[in-house]
Design a protein around this ligand. Sequence first.
Ligand code: CP3
Length: 343
Amino acid sequence: MSKIFVDACLGKKTPYSPVWMMRQAGRYLPEYLKVRAEAGDFLNLCHNPKKACEVTLQPMDIVGVDAAILFSDILVIPHEMGMHLEFVKGEGPLFKDPITNEAEVDALLGGKEAAEKLTYVYETISLIQKELAPDKALIGFTGAPWTLVTYMIEGKGTKTYNLCKKLLYTQPELMHKLLAKVTQVVKYYMEKQIEAGIDVVQIFDSWAAALEEDEYFEFSWKYMIEISDYLKEKYPNIPIIMFPKGIGQYLDRIEGNFDVFGVDWSTPMELAKEKLGDKYVLQGNMEPCRLYSKEQTTKSIEKINNVMQGKRHIFNLGHGILPDVPVENAKHFVSECQRISKN
Ligand code: CP3
């Protein structure tokens, strides 16, 4: 059976533009909160294939999205490279011993060895594929090496990226060494996700906008392309979505072997279409806070659809859904995308 989401990623004609939401299995859903409480905490939930499968599938029935996204986190990668990860309540992720020097980079577990430790992710994928409706797709994902190393060096989320940028500008070779090591793990990790059964790959570069243009292409995009080239050579039929957040100013230099470009909400869809619409399918880009108002949601979907006309387009939020959005409004978003883009 064909999957509308996969068809759309490959640029095929579809009856409407499919839709999914980042963080669609998350805290706005009471059903998610219940399973997370049973698991103890967020990381235990990621480590428990049965429960991770259960929460992955929740938004399929509850909000009616066209694709499931694997329930996990980008930071399980550095965790399995040997950096102990915690999620501190109300504060987000924390690595207590961030990377500060070359010896610590060398001590990280690399390549296949690290990727092989992520067995709980591959088990979750196999379980999901047994239960997912045949016309729905499963999105697997990774963080871009740059976004991952920001957490590995800062130890947590940051507004200034000062430790990271200090390393980048004072020891660029060491930064490249760390990025290359992470890239190697990600290649094997995504290959194993594909072997376990994901239909589509998404690479999240959430902190792309922290870098100047030339530095962005040198320290981030280059490694994302290395990953997509590696995967495309082995698995040409698995679509790849690139999502570098906040680099609307750099679109002229975006090229490479992938299928879908994720447009964040700060980049006008018209601009993305003009610069990239012939080369790539575009995904995006409603500002997630519009979900607080059903009227504003519909208005935004209509505006995006006027630009994309139901062609070579996937609806998505320009970032994650927030925990205090009413479930009803999320359902409204999904059904309105499907209605308005109907050909
Ligand atoms: O539904 C989905 O999108 C799939 C699951 C998913 C999660 N994290 C679950 C999660 C995905 C794709 C991610 C990616 C991720 N994780 C990114 C890239 C995308 C982005 O958000 O920009 C980043 C930077 C992270 C790191 C991370 N994980 C942070 C900064 C936080 C804290 C912020 C927050 O929203 O609480 C997390 C925690 C996290 N990851 C939650 C979920 C559902 C919330 C945990 C909880 O249940 O309390």
